[in-house]
Design a protein around this ligand. Sequence first.
Ligand SMILES: Cc1cc2nc3c(=O)[nH]c(=O)nc-3n(C[C@H](O)[C@H](O)[C@H](O)COP(=O)(O)OP(=O)(O)OC[C@H]3O[C@@H](n4cnc5c(N)ncnc54)[C@H](O)[C@@H]3O)c2cc1C
Length: 448
Amino acid sequence: MTLQANYDVLVVGGGPAGVCAALAAARHGASVLVAEQGGCLGGMATRGLVGPFMTCYDKKGETQLIRGLFEEIVQRMVAIGGAIHPSKVRAGTCFAAWHVKGHDHCTPFEPEALQFVLDDLCREAGVGVLFHATFLQPAMEGSRVAGADFATKGGVRRVMARVVVDATGDGDVAFRAGAPCELGDPARGGAMQPATTFFRIGGLSEAAVEAVRAKYPQDVFCFKTLIAQARAEGRWTLPRPHINIYRGVRDGEWFVNVSRLNGVDATDPASLSDAESEGRRQVREILAFMRDYVPGAGGIRLMALPATVGIRESRHVLGEYRLDIDDVLEGRVPDDSVLVCSNSIDWHSGGKDAAGTVYLEVRDGDWYGVPYRCLVPRKVDGLLVAGRCVSASAAAAAAIRVMPPCMAMGQAAGTAAAIAAKSGTAPRAIDAASLVAALRADGVFLGE
Ligand SMILES: Cc1cc2nc3c(=O)[nH]c(=O)nc-3n(C[C@H](O)[C@H](O)[C@H](O)COP(=O)(O)OP(=O)(O)OC[C@H]3O[C@@H](n4cnc5c(N)ncnc54)[C@H](O)[C@@H]3O)c2cc1C
């Protein structure tokens, strides 16, 4: 790739939101650079080993809500044997860790397939991708973000752009540019959802796990009785009383979501560092438990550790609208909605030390909308946000933080950024109706 000094659109962060923002902007005619601190695209889905994609369907499990780029990416992975289409995956099965609520039509995928597909899509769309580039600070022109500085192996590089999209998950660009942000949940002293180190295991057949489940029918989720026994014997110290194991695309492979890192602040380098090593310590404890206590799991092997600890929550950038719990529960769909989704409020841990999870489904209707205004930060110009850090209360963010809505937010932000860059209009001033029309034309479902 050739690194230019100027782009129409600069996307910071190449996770689910950032890649979709970059692709959408490029397909709408913008010159685009996505700058990513790691060496691959996909964010938590690849570097964090997080999966499956949570539901992209409505609450009834009848209509696929998240389509557009998300659907295209899934179909590309299916074509190379790296994913199972969500239409074929039902709740209450091994692919959903036997969860029922909110887990219908998940998408199991292989992180390697996602890396391949995202590389291909960016190449085909002409998106410039700068890996190993860590955002340092915005280049400000008054209140407008006009570019950014990145730490690279070649020293600091400055890239200028007409519009910048912050898809860092942590709102790094917005925060440094002076946009108002909330860290965690201010109503609970800034408490944030716990972090988790995902990992991937092989050598455990679906039949073996089903046999254990049949032996302990009282355990809705995996290995609860065995974990209680291990805890009594001092072999299980984790807060969670069960293991979420999601079957991968191939039988024998599982993604394990159980480690619990409370009180981690992803914006604090020391806290983040401690989380990485504690996460790996917990992984070893979980592996030892499985090998010693779970019948049939004696020969499991660790296939992969993630390149980064999984962060569920950090900064929420305050935008022109702040999505709140009632918007989700009451199924509100404002006129400027850029996506509709049904994802439940999956709010891990009511407090820093609690093990519990608050789980609330949409109450009225089958889906809710995320308005464009949630992507437009207050006070700062030339900037859009997409993904985990968009403007939402801690409770509402606990619903829209999952990957399908993040990808849809990215597609919306990228489309809006291209419209703004090409027309010389500030992102907050673009016509939302035109944006909505452009998204519909690109296969985004926004209700009939
Ligand atoms: C433990 C855990 C379990 C989860 N389970 C599920 C699940 O089962 N299904 C589901 O759909 N979702 C799940 N999620 C949620 C989901 O993975 C994330 O919320 C989602 O990936 C957010 O997408 P994003 O693009 O906003 O951010 P990210 O995926 O975090 O991507 C951000 C990208 O920006 C890059 N970046 C960050 N800062 C900088 C910087 N300063 N400079 C340059 N690059 C930077 C990162 O390297 C990364 O590539 C889970 C999350 C966690 C942590």
